[in-house]
Design a protein. Structure first.
Length: 109
C-alpha cells in the first residue's frame, strides 16, 4: 500500500512502514510540505496514496461523495515516536484490510 505522511509525523514511521513492505513517503518528499490540505489530498488521491495525518481537516475531504481518496486518521495525541510506531505495528494488518475493503477513513488510536 502507498502511504503519504503529513507534516508532524516522524520519518521513523515511514521507515517502519517501508520495513513492513509498504511504499511510504513524507509530504516533503514531493515538495508538499507547505501545501494546504486540499492540495495534499488532491495530489495523494491522483497518485493513489493514502493520506496519514493527525489533522482532522482531512475527514470532510475523505467523506465527500464520489471522492476516491483514503485517509488514516492518527488519533493518539502527543506521544513519543516509538509509541506511535508501536501503535501502527499493532493495527497495521487490520488497517490495510479495512482500506482494501473500501473503507475510506481508518482511525489509529
Amino acid at each position: 500500500m502507498k502511504f503519504l505522511l503529513d507534516n508532524h509525523l516522524p520519518a521513523q514511521l515511514a521507515v517502519s512502514l517501508r520495513w513492513r513492505g509498504h511504499d511510504c513517503s513524507l509530504v516533503s518528499d514531493f515538495g508538499l510540505d507547505e501545501a494546504g490540505d486540499l492540495e495534499v489530498w488532491t495530489w495523494a488521491t491522483n497518485e493513489e496514496y493514502v493520506v496519514v495525518s493527525k489533522d482532522e481537516d482531512f475527514v470532510p475531504l475523505a467523506s465527500r461523495p464520489g471522492d476516491r481518496g483514503r485517509f488514516v486518521w492518527v488519533r493518539l495525541g502527543n506521544c513519543r515516536n516509538q509509541a506511535l510506531i508501536q501503535a501502527f505495528d499493532r493495527v497495521l494488518d487490520d488497517l490495510v484490510a479495512a482500506l482494501d475493503s473500501g473503507q475510506r477513513i481508518v482511525e489509529v488510536r
